[in-house]
Design a protein around this ligand. Sequence first.
Ligand SMILES: Nc1ncnc2c1ncn2[C@@H]1O[C@H](COP(=O)(O)OP(=O)(O)OP(=O)(O)O)[C@@H](O)[C@H]1O
Ligand SMILES: [Mg+2]
Length: 392
Amino acid sequence: MDQVRNPYSPGAGARPSELAGRSSELADMDVALQRALIGRSGKSQLITGLRGVGKTVLLHEFGRVAVKRGFIYEHIEVRDAEQLPLLIAVAARKALVKLGGKKKAKGANRRALGVLKAFAQAHPAAASLQNESEVVAGVADSGDLGSDLGGLFEEVGEAARSLEAGVFLTVDEMHHLPSPALEALLRGLHRTSELGLPFVLAGAGLPSLPAVSEEARAYAERMFRFRPIGALATDEAASAVLAPAAGEGVSWKGAALARLYEVTQGYPYFMQEFAKQAWDLAEEGSDVIRPSDVERSIPLAMMELDQGFFQFRAAKTTEPERAYLRAMAELGPGIVRSADVATLLRKKTTQVAPVRDALMKKAICFSPRFNELAFTFPMFDQFMKRWMPSLL
Ligand SMILES: Nc1ncnc2c1ncn2[C@@H]1O[C@H](COP(=O)(O)OP(=O)(O)OP(=O)(O)O)[C@@H](O)[C@H]1O
Ligand SMILES: [Mg+2]
């Protein structure tokens, strides 16, 4: 079929033509955003889920809802704690500049830019921020990240409120933040939520979000709903596949759709990839995708996923790490016990602990419970078996 008109979009953060199965998250976010605009408290969301389930596209969709409601929207993706002050400072600056452009910048906006300048000077990681404003000292420049973020968010929220707007910030890949940085962020946010300011943050990350102190956890529970997302149910998966095709006048045979669901288990990234390949392989000029198209697309889609989605990260592992992953795969698709992996490798648990820790740091695995381990990618066990047919 016409590749140019192919409506499927496999790719990290690639907006699907049909965002299926996330209507309750979107509706709740819309309510929280509207409440923030009128100074009422509401719960934002922290989205967790395995790789490729659609966390990033959901954050961007939240952003679209926010813009419709009159918010300025900024998105950041964290890699480590060191960068956090700079990323936030850059996002705050962009938001303030956009707010300033909305109407003639008023006092609150100028003041917030001055507070931001002092914040950037107090946090060396953010020192490179360009800002021509005059420093406003004493609000966000103590050097303590949590309290300074509180001061900065308050100024940004005040500036937004004075212009009858709001600021919405999404933070992606939050699992990269170590506990102190996450705690600082939560402490900072708590301030704006207490004051009922229209500054809202939503986040996303792997299920391995770090543990935080009791106090920070209490803040988090007051400010956020924790939303795990995963594979799509059959009806949601059907709309993810059928709606984009229908837009191009194309339908799917029931058995073709059923086979697609079977091989992808409803995981969004996989569905986009397999549907894209099936479309490209279907006969030119046809307006229906048949089971044979899906069947022929399987090896191609699998190859694309292996090279793009799985190997992209797995390639950065060492040989002992790959042996560890392969042993995990042998033990099954779900949660495995660290002790069983060690036994399979004929090693003591303590001997392989550094390897396991390195894999968690690389975010290929996470520990859902003490002494247990799982892959952060759906169907990673099958990939490992394709990549390394036998145990080392
Ligand atoms: N609800 C959905 N309906 C249909 N397709 C979706 C949906 N959510 C995500 N997708 C598709 O799945 C793919 C992965 O989405 P996204 O990059 O947002 O996942 P992610 O959870 O952020 O992954 P990672 O953890 O690797 O960052 C994209 O190709 C996107 O188009
Ligand atoms: Mg993502």
